[in-house]
Structure formats: C-alpha cells, structure tokens
Design a protein around this ligand. Structure first.
Ligand code: GAP
Length: 444
C-alpha cells in the first residue's frame, strides 16, 4: 500500500489538503481542503445524499443548527459521559488517551503503565482521569454557567430532538430515517495521522427509526447499505474489516456496534460505525411515536450508520492511488519515470473533464474556450494550456480527471476533438457538437 507520506505530499503539492493557519506556524491538526479537496469533499457528501436521501423513499434530510440548547446534551448523556480517559506522563507532561495509545482494544482498566510513555519512555503516570471532549462556549457576551453551550460532537441529536416535527410534517411512518451531514467538534486529546483524527470534522449520519422487534433485521440491512456505499465511493473492499465492538467498549448509548475498520498505512482503525442505539435517545428526550394505523404509542428504536467525511476522503485517496513505474503516457515526450494515477470514481473526481488546446495559437484557444463554456454548465471542467500535452495528461491523471479533451489544428477544420480516457488511455475522435451527449452518457 502507498505510504501516508506520499498521500500527504500529493495533497500538498496539488492543493488538495494542506495544513491550516500555515502562515502563523499552523494549528495542531488543522487541515484545510483546497480547491480540489473542496470538490472531492463536496462530491463525497453529494453522493451520500443522493444514495440515501434522494434515492430512498424512506429517508428525509435535515439541516439543523450546530449549537443547540445545552439541555439537549444534558439529556442525551453527553455532558456526563462523552469522556475520554486521559493520563499525563509525570516526566514530560505529555497527555495521552491510554486506550488508544497503549492498548487499542482494552478497557481503561487494561491500561498497562509498564509499556512506558510513547513520547519519552517514562514509566510514571498520573491516575486515569476522565476528560469531556465537548467544546464549550458561551451564547452571548456574558460568561456564566446558564449561558454555556456546546459545539455539537455528533449531528445525531438534532434528528432525535426534531423527530416529532419531522414525523408530523413529512408523514413518514416507521421504519424511516432522517439524514444529516455537517461539522462536528471534539476536543480530542491526541489528534493525528493527517486528517484521520481531527478536532473539527464532518459527519454524515442517519438515524433509522424502527420497532424494537425489528432492530436486528435493520442492523443487517444497514450493514449491506454500508458495503454498497464503500464500493460506490471508491474504497478498496479488500482493505475493510467489520469488527463487533465488545461489551464495555461501546458508546454509552449502544447495545451493539459494528466498527467498519480500514487498513490505513498506520494500522487497522475505525473508518465508520454502525450502532444500535436502542430507544436510549428518544427516551432521554421524552419523545414518543403514535402508530397512525393502530394508534399505539411507543418509543422507536434506532439504527445509526455514522460516517466521517475526512476519513472517507483519506480511505478513498489511499484506495485509488496508483504509481506506474516507467510511465504510462504514450507520447514522444513521455519521461520514463514514475507516474501517479488517482483512479477515483467519476462521481468523486474533482475535475471531470480537462480541456487542453494543443498550442497557444489564438484560434485554438478560442475553440477550446468555447468548449469549456459549454461543458462547464454541466460538469466541473479544467482548462490548461501550459506545458507539453504529455505533461498535461500526467497532471490530470494524478488528480484523477476521468477525461481529457485535446483541441488540435484539425479540430478547426473537421470540428472534432480527441477525447482521452484516464483508465484505458484510449483516444477517440468526437464531434464537438456531440460532446455534451457523449459525456452525459459517460459521466451521469
Ligand atoms: N453519532 C455517532 C457517532 O458520532 P462516532 O463513532 O463517535 O459515532 C462517527 O463517530 C464517525 O465519525 C467515525 O466512524 C469516524 O468516521 C468519524 N470521526 C469520529 N471522530 C473523528 C475525528 N476526531 N476526526 C475525524 N473523524 C472522526
């Protein structure tokens, strides 16, 4: 597998993802998504929304405020329980999350201090303390306990709190789901591994409401749906493992959790989570559901597929990265060295079509720009007139552009262009008039 360093370098070099606040020396584990990264991230979210909200009749969307009443987090148990265990090395004062750092699958009580501090190998630690990882702030100018609010650590709670309004207005019947995506914040003790663990990240979550007797059936259904998603988004299924989280290690609300883990270059770790949240949350908020046919009142149970956007982007980049030794572009100026191809699914590729005039002669540039104007109404296109055609193909290959359109001198006469396919490298001559139809068949 490709190293993390190669992915970090590619991301930096091509402005996909780079350290945030860099001109001020950066900020711990802050990463910004540049022009191409923003496209990739949006494409991931768009695909998720399409597959699960647009195409499923049983799921509706929500876009709730990120700051909610602090009563929400008191009732949900987050104020009490959203803690990470923390120890401090008495020698170098570095703080660690013992479960993750020392023994990933052990309980807090299983922490072995004899393994030494990962920073300075010191053997003396403070007692394990519980640290609440919710970010706290004040609503309004006055700092007082009654004005304390939290930045949401998950998007889920709004989908519970708004449950009754959504049922009444959408007239959905159980089983049905609510989907929401957006920023979440966690004051992680040890962020790291590029965009794997951040303090600010995006979630894509579904709360799927069912009757208690059906929870196992729908848990299985969501496991299959997550497999379908993993394939569609371009994650290598061979690098994915499904791991049942044992008792004592699950979140405070869960009765069953399957971690969907990915084999990252830094080890096999969580990619997504699928949790059976029981009726914990709706009960905590005192919310009930009335069956429209029988009139029976009950508290629905919840199956929750929770996906992180940044971890998706990381797993997709790792899965789609390929280096071709000796080069792959069969042009006369092809430099025989390593070439990178990012085999992103067309839905995820940041640029769908690159338009490349063979020379900078005015009439070629004008013809190419006319094509750009037409195609950019439908797809994200790039226009590049610098360097040799071989170099430009390579630039597009390493950001995963599925198609390049070359406008040459013959194009001015025969009104045709050459379309090159990223994966097969086949070249076809296509009528300029036909390009929109041609790409609609290939890209939509
Ligand atoms: N509502 C359930 C929930 O939030 P979680 O397992 O704590 O569950 C869901 O988080 C997903 O969010 C994870 O599987 C992972 O993809 C992503 N995630 C969690 N913490 C993260 C962090 N600090 N940085 C980036 N992604 C994170």
């Amino acid at each position: 597998m490709v190293t993390l360093e190669k992915i970090v370098n590619l991301c930096k070099r091509r402005g996909i993802i780079f350290p945030g606040s860099e001109i001020y020396g950066g900020l711990a584990n802050s990463y910004d998504f540049g022009p191409l990264g923003a496209e990739i991230k949006n494409n991931v979210k768009r695909l998720w929304w399409k597959m699960f909200v647009q195409e499923r009749p049983d799921i509706v969307g929500l876009d709730a405020d990120l700051i909610m009443s602090s009563k929400v987090w008191e009732s949900s148990g987050h104020v009490q329980n959203f803690n990470d265990p923390m120890v401090e090395c008495k020698k170098c004062h570095t703080r660690f999350r013992p479960i993750m750092q020392f023994n990933p699958r052990a309980k807090a009580s299983g922490f072995k201090s004899d393994e030494g501090c990962p920073n300075c190998a010191g053997k003396n630690f403070t007692e394990v303390k519980q640290f609440n990882t919710m970010f706290r702030t004040n609503l309004g100018p006055v700092e007082a306990p009654e004005h304390t609010v939290y930045l949401r650590p998950e998007t889920a709670q709004a989908m519970f709190v708004d449950f009754s309004t959504i049922v009444d207005t959408s007239r959905k019947k159980i089983p049905f789901g609510v989907a929401q995506m957006g920023k979440a914040f966690r004051n992680e003790i040890t962020p790291g591994n590029f965009i794997f663990r951040k303090r600010e990240f995006e979630l894509m979550e579904i709360e799927y409401f069912v009757q208690e007797k059906d929870w196992e059936k729908y848990f299985e259904m969501w496991l299959e749906e997550m497999k379908r998603w993993i394939k569609a988004v371009g994650i290598d299924e061979k690098l994915v493992e499904y791991v049942d989280v044992p008792d004592g290690e699950r979140a405070h609300y869960s009765k069953r959790t399957t971690d969907i883990e990915f084999k990252y270059p830094f080890g096999q770790k969580e990619l997504y989570g699928l949790a059976y949240r029981t009726d914990y949350d709706l009960k905590a908020h005192g919310i009930e559901y009335r069956d429209p046919v029988s009139g029976e009142k009950f508290t629905p149970h919840v199956i929750e597929p929770a996906l992180g956007v940044e971890r998706t982007v990381l797993a997709v980049l790792l899965s789609c990265y390929e280096e071709v030794k000796g080069g792959r572009t069969k042009t006369t100026d092809s430099v025989k060295e390593e070439e990178i191809v990012l085999r992103l699914p067309k839905e995820i590729a940041p640029i769908k079509i690159a338009i490349l005039p063979l020379s900078r002669k005015e009439n070629l540039i004008n013809a190419a720009d006319d094509i750009r104007k037409t195609l950019s109404k439908y797809w994200m296109v790039d226009y590049d007139e610098t360097a040799s055609i071989g170099k430009r193909y390579r630039r597009q290959d390493e950001i995963g552009t599925p198609f390049c359109v070359t406008v040459d001198f013959d194009s001015l006469e025969d009104k045709k262009v050459t379309v090159r396919d990223r994966d097969t490298m086949e070249q076809e001559r296509i009528e300029i008039e036909e390009l929109k139809t041609y790409f609609a068949a290939k890209l939509n």
